[in-house]
Design a protein. Structure first.
Length: 160
């Protein structure tokens, strides 16, 4: 209720509302408790995704055991939250359709042929680097034209 002795009390409150904390999903940067909590959150959403988009034959139930698939699902989830729960950005009239297009573009990355039967198969181990690979990389950095050639732009001067 406005205070008649204080005209400023009649002005609208222009104090900005606190914005929710931006949640970044960098799995390795999370403490174990947060990682577990967020993986549960992601799992609930993935179950919804599998059902809503009939992806039960595409995204296997063991997807959480496959880090590359978890990363792709994380990106899809973060984009979904921004698209459907965030503020609509100007010029993003088709944001929902764009998100669905992105989902379809990601589908090949979400398929795990080895686990399609419903039985999880562990991914193959990451090969160890070949002996001398680090030295070979350093030699490449200092001797390859790809990393040592002078800068140039294919469009001259003011045309770019």
């Amino acid at each position: 209720m406005p205070d008649p002795g204080n005209p400023a009390s009649l002005w609208p409150d222009l104090t900005p509302e606190p914005q929710p904390e931006t949640r970044r999903w960098v799995w390795s940067a999370m403490e174990p408790d947060e990682r577990q909590e967020r993986l549960r959150e992601l799992a609930v959403w993935v179950d919804w995704l599998r059902t809503t988009f009939e992806l039960h034959n595409t995204v296997p139930r063991c997807c959480y055991r496959h880090p590359p698939v978890v990363e792709h699902l994380t990106a899809l989830y973060a984009g979904w939250v921004r698209t459907y729960a965030g503020d609509q950005a100007p010029g993003r009239d088709l944001a929902e359709a764009d998100w669905i297009s992105t989902l379809h573009a990601f589908l090949p990355r979400l398929q795990l042929t080895a686990c399609a039967t419903g039985r999880h198969q562990a991914p193959p181990p990451v090969p160890s680097p070949a002996p001398g690979a680090e030295d070979d990389f350093e030699v490449f950095l200092y001797s390859s034209p790809a990393t040592t050639a002078p800068a140039w732009h294919p469009v001259p001067g003011d045309q770019c």
